[in-house]
Design a protein around this ligand. Sequence first.
Ligand code: ADP
Ligand code: MG
Length: 272
Amino acid sequence: MAETLIEVRDLGLIYEKEKETFQALDHINLEIHKGEFVCIIGSSGCGKSTLLSVLEGLNKPTTGEVLINGKVVNGAGPERAVVFQNYSLFPWLTARDNVAFAVRKSRKKLQKIRKKESLEIADEFLERVQLQGFANKLPGELSGGMQQRVAIARALACNPQILLMDEPFGAIDAKTRENLQQLLLKLWREDKNKKTVVFVTHDLDEALLLADRIVFMVPKGVHQILDVDIPRPRSKESLFDNSEYRRLHGELVKLFYKEHIYKEIGGEEVII
Ligand code: ADP
Ligand code: MG
């Protein structure tokens, strides 16, 4: 049996703004195993980013709890790193300094690290994302795809157990996106201490390419969890010849379609 790393127990989250309240998540239960690659999909506004923000420790649950390694999450932690859609790099720092700064910050509580060492780690990880020639560039001098590679290098350089990714390739053009997906899969596969990845996307094909399991969300909750039993390594081309890919793709399209009707009707109890 795979070991559980992340446990979401009866999670609920209500946003409160002045006198307005909005229930974004309700009764979510989910277990994610060590080394697993999980994709969360669902239409816009169903609560994917909110769920990820709770895993990150940025938002506190209103009810229920999240446990990581058996401990209740109560804020950010060095075992977690995040990559978002907007590159979130410091624009005044070079690629190398962006990575090195994050490394120093993440290590602060664990052990002191010298600046020189953090720069060496930064160079090592920039090389892994094939950006060795661009270490001294500012984010503004890099393309979107390159900035996102810096963000991935930054996250991995902090040596987290868990990588939380929120539509990281959502703003990237199709070809570059494919390269980044393959790069991410390669880094994940070749890692000695395989990271656990929680990756939000609304792209079915991206989820089927990347995931061991797909968590399909509907507004406020998890509707269904699908195992993706497609052999690895996977490529876009190899997927088309795979019958399990076609079956899962059909299933996911149906789920999206049902949810679409559900939204049009606007009644929670009508469908699903
Ligand atoms: P997704 O990432 O699936 O598109 P989100 O998690 O961003 O969805 O949002 C889920 C719901 O919560 C949406 O209806 C959104 O409008 C609402 N929401 C998100 N952030 C806030 C906030 N800070 N305050 C109030 N409502 C919010
Ligand atoms: Mg979102």
